[in-house]
Structure formats: C-alpha cells, structure tokens
Design a protein around this ligand. Sequence first.
Ligand SMILES: O=P(O)(O)O[C@@H]1[C@@H](OP(=O)(O)O)[C@H](OP(=O)(O)O)[C@H](O)[C@H](OP(=O)(O)O)[C@H]1OP(=O)(O)O
Ligand SMILES: Nc1ncnc2c1ncn2[C@@H]1O[C@H](COP(=O)(O)OP(=O)(O)OP(=O)(O)O)[C@@H](O)[C@H]1O
Length: 491
Amino acid sequence: MEEGKMDENEWGYHGEGNKSLVVAHAQRCVVLRFLKFPPNRKKTSEEIFQHLQNIVDFGKNVMKEFLGENYVHCGEVVQLPLEFVKQLCLKIQSERPESRCDKDLDTLSGYAMCLPNLTRLQTYRFVEHRPILCVEIKPKCGFIPFSSDVTHEMKHKVCRYCMHQHLKVATGKWRQISRYCPLDLYSGNKQRMHFALKSLLQEAQNNLKIFKNGELIYGCKDARSPVTDWSELAHHLKPFFFPSNGLASGPHCTRAVIRELVHVITRVLLSGSDKGRAGSLRAGLGPQGPRVCGASPFSRSLRCQGKNTPERSGLPKGCLLYKTLQVQMLDLLDIEGLYPLYNRVERYLEEFPEERKTLQIDGPYDEAFYQKLLDLSTEDDGTVAFALTKVQQYRVAMTAKDCSIMIALSPCLQDASSDQRPVVPSSRSRFAFSVSVLDLDLKPYESIPHQYKLDGKIVSYYSKTVCAKDNAVMSTRFKESEDCTLVLHKV
Ligand SMILES: O=P(O)(O)O[C@@H]1[C@@H](OP(=O)(O)O)[C@H](OP(=O)(O)O)[C@H](O)[C@H](OP(=O)(O)O)[C@H]1OP(=O)(O)O
Ligand SMILES: Nc1ncnc2c1ncn2[C@@H]1O[C@H](COP(=O)(O)OP(=O)(O)OP(=O)(O)O)[C@@H](O)[C@H]1O
C-alpha cells in the first residue's frame, strides 16, 4: 500500500463476518480485511499487528500445507494511514447490516490485511473486464463424529449443522430451517450434491452468497433480510448460462438457469488436482462415522419411499472439499473427548503460566507447529504434550469447519485455448474458473469452553424439542396403525 495515495473514495464496503470487515478496491483486484472488536474491548496496536501476522503465518505454514498452494491466499499485513481508516469507517457505516454492528471496526491500530479479491478470477492485478460470477459457500462440518467419547447418542445420527438449525431458528437468528445438510454436499454423490446446493439457494442464511462482477447479488444478511427471489437471480445469471438467449423468461427459464448453476458448481467442487498434504492425514484417521445424516430431507425422503440411501460416492482426493473434510477430521475426539484434555492443559498453565509461550498457544504458527499436528495417535499417555497436540488439532479442525469456499466463474469462448485456467462446461457455455478458500483464522484456544457449552446446548435443544415432536408423531402413527389393526380385526 502506498501510504500517501490512500483514498477512502476508492474503496467500498464488501462484506463482514463476526470478527472481520472487508472493503474492496473499485479498480484494483484487492481487498482490505480489518479486525472488529466489541466496543469496550480494544487491543493495543502491537497486539493487533501480532494477531494479523499470526493469521498470515497460519495460512502459509499450516493451511497451505494441508489444502494446497493454489487454494490458499494468505495476503500480507499492511499499515494504513489512520486518517484513511477513520474516513473509510465513516463512509461504510451505513452499509453495514444492523446485526453486525455490535462490533466496531478497528480504527486505532492502522493495521489490516491486504488480500486478492477472490470474487474476481486470480489472473491479473487489475479488474478484468469480462463478466465474473462468484459463488461463496460456507459448507460447515461435513462428518458425524466417530469418537467413542461422544455421550449423546443423537450426535452419532444427526449432524451438528442440522441440529444447530433448530436452535438458530428458536433464537431468531434465522427465519426457517434449512434443508441443506453438509453431509450431502461432502458426499461426492452428484444427486446429493445437487440437492444440497439447491437447498442452499432456497435458504442461503450465511452459507451462500453470489457475486456478479464483485457485487453481492444473492444471499441474506440476517433473519430480517427479504425472502430470496429465484426469478431475480435467474435474470442475473441467464446471460452467463444462455449467452445466445433463445430461452424465454418465466418459471421454466428460472428452473433451467438454476439447474445449470447447480451442475456447474458441482463439477467445479469435484474438480482439482492441486497437491496438499490433507490426503495423507486420512491413513491415520480412525473409522469414520455414518455417511448420512438422519435429519437430511434428501435421505429421509428416500427412506420414506422405501429406497436405500445412496452411498457416498466419495470425493476425489484432489478436490478442495475432500481436503477440507480431512482437516475437519483432525477433530478426532469430539469436543466431549477434547474438553478434559483442554482442562489438563489449563491446570498445567495455572501452575506454569510462563510455559504458554513454549507451548505455542498463541503462536508462532510455524513449521514446528505444523509438524506436531501430524501426530494422529489417540492413545492418551496422560501427558500435557498429548493433551496439547489434541487441543491444537481441534483448533485447526474447527477452523476448517468454519471456512468458506469461493468459486469464481468467467465465461470463455468455445475455442479459447490460450487461457491457462481450468475450464468447466455447462450445456450452452464454458467457464474459466478458480477455487479459493477464505477465513482461515485459527480458532482461539479460549473458545474451547464455549464450544463445549454450545455443543451441549445444541444437542439438548434438538433432543428435547425435535425428537420429542418426532416421537409424538411416531406414537400417533403407531396408535393409528393399532386402531387400524383393531378395525381390521373386528372385520
Ligand atoms: O459455532 P458455530 O458453528 O455456530 O460457528 C460460528 C459461526 O456461526 P454459524 O453457525 O456458521 O452461523 C459464526 O458465523 P456468523 O457470525 O453467525 O455468521 C462465526 O463464523 C463463528 O466464528 P468466530 O467465532 O467469529 O471465529 C463460528 O464460531 P466457531 O464455532 O467456528 O468458533
Ligand atoms: N479475499 C477476499 N476476497 C473477496 N471477498 C472476501 C475476501 N475475504 C473475505 N471476503 C468477504 O467478506 C466476508 C467476511 O469475511 P470473513 O468470512 O473472513 O469474516 P469473518 O468475520 O472472519 O467471518 P466469521 O463470521 O466466519 O468469523 C466473506 O464472507 C466474503 O464474502
């Protein structure tokens, strides 16, 4: 960043999550990512610099290793003029969703991360003039825990995302339960993946966003966002998928365009030959849990029709979903098995607080940190070293459970061969595409007690309300069938 040349008018609000806010440059293919904090919890400039540098190091030394060079963009920490940051903050304030305004942008340190704008294809430093479509998916956890430390039977049957949906709707975070289930998306089975993507399009929540030329055109900010409109989305997408037109508008057109989008995204998600070491984690991982979630409407409807649930076809090893899932599975013990180990580390730190640095709890996230993550043994020898390894693996797994995947698609000519990028065909066009992963900030050590409590809350809410309801329906059905038998008996 050239300090003297920073002008807030060249930057626009792009988006935000719980911990950071992103602004995009109008001409150049870059974004600035600022940290956010609750109003009364300001940190020193030095702490903020260190925090950002840790994010960059973790991306470089750990996530690039696991997920592969091409998928991970670590960016760099930049120092900005304080006046620029202050003016920028004022400029974008009105565009921020109300539900995110409980935290303030850090305007005091002057530090931020500078990253490529992943909603544009990664080829040129300057914005391309070809139209670009970008789909961002936050897939969440794609497996059911296989740990023998799990005490709630429900956790072996229903995935966390599907259980959590009920608590989120009850607390007003979202309006309605999504039909999306991460296990369908991660199945590698095209039919299930199509269903998962369609479900995300029906109820995007914070799991799906679509950008056209870098502008958000689809996705909801919070429960108050208007209901998603497929015909409007199809209107935006039609020129990408049916460039020579010939397709009338109306529900038929909408369905055709959405189908094309879903098929292209599925193909892209199943593609990839990028190297990364996540594949090698698998050999060490124990038996996996069920491949199907008991709450997925897709599997349920097949069961109701008396059909077998389709087997997971398995994800190709080179694809980003596969690698992400492998990193998620570093959560070998589940939070129930991990929590006692966290407590062991805590007790040790209470006695020897000065050891926090040696244990690399707050970094540095270097090669040595990465190497320790590769030890997949689950045999507890009672040591702090064992507990610490499992705690760090859990933090990395949680990071992979909360990251997002960005897919950028740019139409290319039928015979374009000079383009170095991979190409995905749809029925009437072809797209050069890039896949990236974002939000790879290592989850803090301190969040583990919160994870433990939240886990209990999600399961107990689901068991009490949904299961109780299901049981009531079952018992009514059972009663009806009893009544029915009785009638038949009489006849
Ligand atoms: O716990 P979860 O599964 O609800 O995930 C949180 C996310 O909620 P979600 O369920 O995706 O709507 C949550 O997303 P939102 O703020 O709800 O958009 C954050 O990503 C949070 O991460 P962090 O604490 O900001 O680092 C996430 O917290 P972590 O659990 O990843 O720490
Ligand atoms: N490099 C990037 N290029 C384009 N858009 C980005 C980039 N990084 C982030 N974004 C956008 O900004 C949004 C918020 O960023 P991010 O997910 O990193 O925030 P966060 O606060 O860390 O998220 P969380 O709520 O998961 O903690 C993303 O959902 C994405 O739309």
